[in-house]
Design a protein around this ligand. Structure first.
Ligand SMILES: [Cu+2]
Length: 182
């Protein structure tokens, strides 16, 4: 009799443990798992493919006392996206700009709605066109310096996604950009 009771208790405990394991592994979404678990092969299959291809990222190097500069790159989205913001450790003030004619003068303008990135189409950010504006610089950007930039994009689901880009500073060349009054 006593052996049967012990066996019954062990079976019950095992069953409860299996139910708990099932609930934890299968029913709990991967986002709620402890961090070390997410690296397991189970969750790798769920990793989202990259939504944005970034090529040739660079920042224009600055001279002393220069307070603003531009960052340029070629962006190609795999799904319709919008570049809604950029972050940099260099400065808190980063804006997405476009150049446009204002009478006879080329001026830059902040894209309040962000920059549209159609799926499968390369969008070039370049001097004289779209660019990322780094403002209120506290120190000069040296040629060769690598500047991490975090691009913030959103798709149709309006969920912001962050993409980190390493941009290398290149020397000044060509006409200086005229900055709009702030
Ligand atoms: Cu600008």
């Amino acid at each position: 009799m006593r052996l049967r009771r012990v066996l019954l208790a062990i079976t019950a405990a095992l069953l409860l443990w299996l139910i708990w394991l099932y609930a934890f592994l299968v029913r709990v979404p991967a986002e709620a798992w402890p961090l070390q678990w997410r690296l397991s092969p189970l969750s790798v299959a769920h990793a989202a493919p990259p939504v944005l291809d970034v090529q040739n990222a660079w920042v224009r190097a600055t001279v002393n006392q220069q307070k603003a500069t531009g960052a340029f790159m070629t962006l190609k989205a795999t799904q319709p996206l919008r570049l809604i913001g950029v972050e940099s450790s260099l400065t808190k003030t980063v804006e997405v700009h476009e150049m446009a004619m204002d009478g006879n003068v080329m001026r830059m303008r902040r894209l309040a709605e962000g920059l549209t990135l159609p799926a499968g189409t390369s969008v070039e950010l370049k001097p004289g066109g779209y660019h990322i504006m780094l403002m209120d610089l506290k120190q000069a950007v040296q040629e060769g310096q690598v500047i991490p930039l975090t691009l913030i994009v959103e798709g149709a689901d309006k969920k912001p996604q962050r993409i980190t880009v390493q941009a290398t500073a290149r020397p000044l060349q060509g006409a200086a950009m005229q900055h709009h009054a702030k």
